[in-house]
Every structure is written in C-alpha cells, then in structure tokens.
Design a binder for this molecule. Structure first.
Ligand code: NAD
Length: 516
C-alpha cells in the first residue's frame, strides 16, 4: 500500500460517488439512512488525521430524530419489501456480492481507514482483504442454520424448532478497527435476516460511510443497513433506548458497555458486549524465548497497544525474568516510528488526542504507585510526521498485580511486567483481575499448556502465539470483558431467536383442563 493523498484517492475512485467537499476543501460526510446519503444539515463534528494532526473531513452530529428515521427505515425493511421477501440463500448471495466488492476495493478502504485512525498499512491491507471473509463466511452460513425435529416425551404431538431473525439490530463500534468490527456485526446480522442501524465512533466514521457505497453497488435494498453518526451520549443512547431496536451489538469500553447493558435490560433487549481487557501474556522458563519475545511485542506494541486483546500484563517466571526483560527493553527502545503507510514503519501514532492523554496519565499513575519505568514513558518525536500523535513503547517492571497499571485497561503501548514463581502463582495472578478477554501462554510443555488453557479465565487462550483470530472461531470475553460471542456459528446464533413449534397429530383434543 503506497503513501498517497487519501483525499484525492476518495474523489477519484472509479465507480463510486465522489464525496462532497466544503469551502475549506474538507470532505463532508453525511449519514446513510433508508438507502440514501442524507443532505448535510445541522451541526458537524471534526475528523482529524492522527498522522498529520490535521482535520480532513467533517461528519454529521446526528440527533434523536436521525436515529428514529434510521430505525424506522430498518423496521420497514425488516417487515416488508425486497429484503423481507428474500430466502436465506438469496440473502447469502447479497452478502457474497459485498465480499467481492470489499476484496476489489480493499486497498481503497485501507486508505480511508488509515486517514481515520492512523494504523499501519501492513496491518490494514491485511485486515481489509480479510474483511471480505466475514461476508463470504456468513453469506455461506445464511442457509445452513437448521432447526431440529425434537423427539419429545409427549404422545400425539410433533415438535420442531426454527431460528428466526430478531428485527432491527443496533451496532455500536469503537475507533481502533472500525470496519472489521462493524463487518463482524453486519454480516451475521444480515445473514440471519435482520436489518441494521450502525453508529460508528465519532473519531472514525468516514470509512464506514465509504463502505456504504459498496453496499449500494452490491444491491443491498434500501433501509436494510443504515448509518447514523455522532456522539455516544446522543446517538448511541438514543439507539439503545429506541423501542424498535431488538438487539444491541456493542464493541467498546467497559463503562459504555455497562451503561448499555443497564439500559437494554429495562426492555429485555438482547446484547452482545465486546469490552476491554487486561490480558496476561505468561512466559514460562521452558518456553522458546525467541518466539515468546515476539509474542510479547505482538501483545502490546503492535497497533500501539490499541487492541482489546493487548497482552498488557507480561508475567515472567523468576529464572528468566531479568534476561527476558533486558531483551524486550532493547526492542522497545529501538522500534522504528514513521508514517504508517511506509513499509519500514513498526510503530504508528495513537489514534486520537484524548487517547494519547489517557496513555500519558497512566504513566504518571504507574510511577506514583511505585512501578519502575524501564523503557519509554513519553511522546515520541517523529521528524517525518511532526504533528503525529506518537508515543514511545513503554515498559514498567516491578509491577504488583494490585497496582492500577496492572488492573485497568490503558489501551496504549504500556506494558506491566510481573514476576511469578510457579504455575500456581501464574494462574493466581492471571485470574486476579475483573477482565477475562484473552491470555497468552508460552511453554514447550504441552501438558503445562493444556493445564494453563483450562485454568485461565478468558474467552481466548493462545498457546505459543498471540493475536490469532478467525471469522470461523467464536470470540468474546469472560467476566467484565463482555457478554456473548462474535464470529463462528455461535456468532450468528446471537442474531436469532429459537422458536419451538408444536403440531397436534390427534383428531380430538384431549381433556382441555389437564396439561398434557
Ligand atoms: P467507547 O466505549 O468510548 O466507545 C465505543 C462506541 O460506543 C463509540 O461509538 C461511542 O460513541 C459509543 N458510546 C459511548 N458511550 C455510549 C453510550 N452511553 N451509549 C451508547 N453508545 C456509546 O470505546 P472507544 O474508546 O471507542 O474504544 C476503545 C475500547 O473498545 C477499549 O476499551 C477496547 O478494549 C474496546 N474494544 C473491545 C474489543 C473487543 O472485541 N472486545 C475490540 C476493540 C475495542
């Protein structure tokens, strides 16, 4: 992926409608409701490029009325019309067409996403190409969710089950991987026959609105997918509280997740909550230490630590602690910062200014609590991108697991290193946390690896690797890391209700006063 002017790229991209530009030369993004990009009206919010530090676009600050219009359009599309009339195989075909278009436009989507959140091209190119698989996988699964004929213990009746869609699904997403996290929800939601209203992060809405151009090309009927942009406290809350929304699929921080769960509970709305983590990455003395070192780097410094599965607590066995830490510090001090589009760049900027300030605040907290700073700890100057929001890979040693830096999610490149004696202590430390999203285990002993995988309380356990995921494998959290699962067949069932149907095979109904 080359370094090019995204602004021009968006405008000149073949086949797709050019994006309007305002008097200041910035792209003007509007909402996508009932199959149309709405006219630009009302207040607007800035969209800033974290690499140049400059505003390059504006998005609409959506209102309660916009949410209502989008949800009603989605409800209409769910109840009648082209989408409602499609059988599951036809829905699958629409999804596969989206998959083809995503494949064809992967580089273009990567450019827009990079302008929004500053991620490395190397990772984005891969992510955008892979994203097509969400549409292919769930397109294929659309007509394969079978009910059952249930062998009941009641005579004279026949019982079967069917899976049905829920209705309008609200999808609320964060800024770190906007398009993949949205696609992870849109694809199973549509495959199941629902309709969707999306609310992307206010920091990174442009890429999803560009994706909607591909949905138009794919022939997705109007109202089936809608995008309302704006703030969490306004658009997000209005969506969650809307009476016609049947399910909420949320990825984001624990605070917003808790609030959404409380609001949803009042109306018994179904929820999937993919929240944060403080995942342990556990290295035993019998590990392949070269690989474990790469695993530690992948765990916390890839994507500048802005991943929900960040291995932000590195647990090192006593005997290897000092040497392993010294090698890791050496790597952290010598990473290559740079423009995320340059292939040699290893560390890209933090995606937003508020997030950068949060990262800085946790350095101060860790120092105050007595952790020992052994690498990084401040903003990085990058001559190529003087206004970029870069932060040095940061390592704290002598961390006690009860310190805030070990217990709270930072969502940045800050690693807490914790020493342990044996397996029992490693498990105790790993599980002494309110989160349970993921864990890494590094050992050459398979019996130990299996014991650890069984005892760690986390939705994903990686043995001798870190950050592997697949659309085919369920993903989600234990404890405060969330509710429900995304991906895999389990991910699609989240978007369906199971119905049990009873047919009488008798000619005369027996005594109506007695339950059969
Ligand atoms: P956030 O919770 O601040 O915002 C996420 C989204 O929710 C945004 O669109 C925001 O506008 C909206 N929102 C905020 N408050 C809301 C409310 N009260 N009602 C409805 N919507 C609301 O999170 P963020 O800063 O954008 O993203 C970082 C967080 O996302 C981290 O905690 C990270 O761990 C988490 N995350 C989790 C996963 C996962 O799969 N588990 C993946 C990526 C990111």
């Amino acid at each position: 992926m080359q370094r090019i002017e995204t602004h021009a790229f968006i405008q000149e991209f073949p086949k797709l409608a050019a994006q309007p530009v305002d008097a200041a030369g910035q792209l003007v993004y509007t909402q996508f409701i009932d199959g149309e990009f709405t006219p630009a009206a009302g207040e607007r919010l800035p969209t800033v490029d974290p690499v140049s530090g400059e505003q390059w676009a504006t998005i609409a600050r959506g209102t309660r009325d916009d949410v209502d219009a989008a949800v009603r359009a989605a409800q209409r599309a769910f109840e009648g019309g082209e989408w409602a009339a499609m059988n599951p195989s036809q829905r699958g075909a629409v999804l596969r067409r989206i998959g083809d278009l995503v494949t064809e436009h992967a580089e273009w989507l990567a450019h827009v996403e990079q302008r929004d959140n500053g991620k490395l091209s190397a990772e984005l190119s891969m992510q955008m190409r892979y994203m097509a698989n969400y549409y292919y996988y769930y397109g294929g699964l659309a007509d394969k969710i079978e009910g059952t004929v249930v062998p009941t213990d009641k005579a004279g009746v026949f019982n079967y089950t069917v899976y049905e869609p829920l209705g309008v699904v609200a999808c609320i997403t964060p800024w770190n991987s906007p398009l993949p996290l949205a696609s992870m929800k849109i694809a199973p939601g549509l495959a199941a026959g629902n309709t969707v209203v999306l609310k992307p992060s206010e920091f990174t809405s442009a890429s999803l609105l560009e994706l909607m151009k591909l949905f138009q090309l794919a022939g997705v009927p109007k109202g089936v997918v809608n995008v309302v942009t704006g703030l969490g406290a306004e658009v997000g809350e209005a969506l969650v509280g809307h009476p016609l929304v049947a399910r909420i699929a949320f990825t984001g921080g624990p605070e917003a997740g808790q609030r959404i769960n409380e609001q949803a509970a009042r109306h018994m709305k179904r929820v999937t909550l993919e929240l944060g983590g403080k995942s342990p990455n556990i290295v035993f003395e019998d590990a392949d230490l070269d690989n474990a070192l790469k695993g530690a780097v992948a765990g916390i410094f890839a994507a500048s630590g802005q991943t929900c599965v960040a291995g932000s607590r590195l647990l090192l066995q006593e005997s290897i602690h000092d040497e392993f830490l010294a090698r890791l510090v050496e790597i952290a001090k010598n990473v290559r910062f740079g423009h995320p589009a340059d292939p040699d760049t290893q560390v890209a900027p933090i995606s937003t200014e508020p997030q950068l300030r949060k990262v800085e605040s946790y350095v101060a907290i860790a120092k105050e609590d007595g952790a020992r700073l052994v690498a990084g700890g401040q903003r990085a100057e990058v001559p190529d991108c003087p206004k970029g929001l870069f932060f040095q890979p940061t390592i704290f040693a002598d961390v006690n697991n009860r310190m805030r830096i070990a217990q709270e999610e930072v969502f940045g490149p800050i690693l807490s290193v914790i020493k342990f004696k044996d397996e029992a202590e490693a498990i105790a430390i790993a599980n002494d946390i309110e989160f349970g999203l993921a864990a890494g285990v590094w050992t050459e002993s398979m019996p130990r690896a299996l014991r650890m995988a069984g005892k760690v309380r986390a939705g994903t356990v990686w043995i001798n690797n870190y950050r592997s995921t697949s659309v085919t494998s369920p993903f989600g959290g234990f404890k405060m890391s969330g509710v429900g699962r995304e991906c895999g067949i389990a991910g699609m069932r989240e978007y369906m209700e199971i119905k049990s149907v009873w047919l009488s095979m008798e000619t005369n109904i027996p005594n109506p006063f007695v339950r059969r």
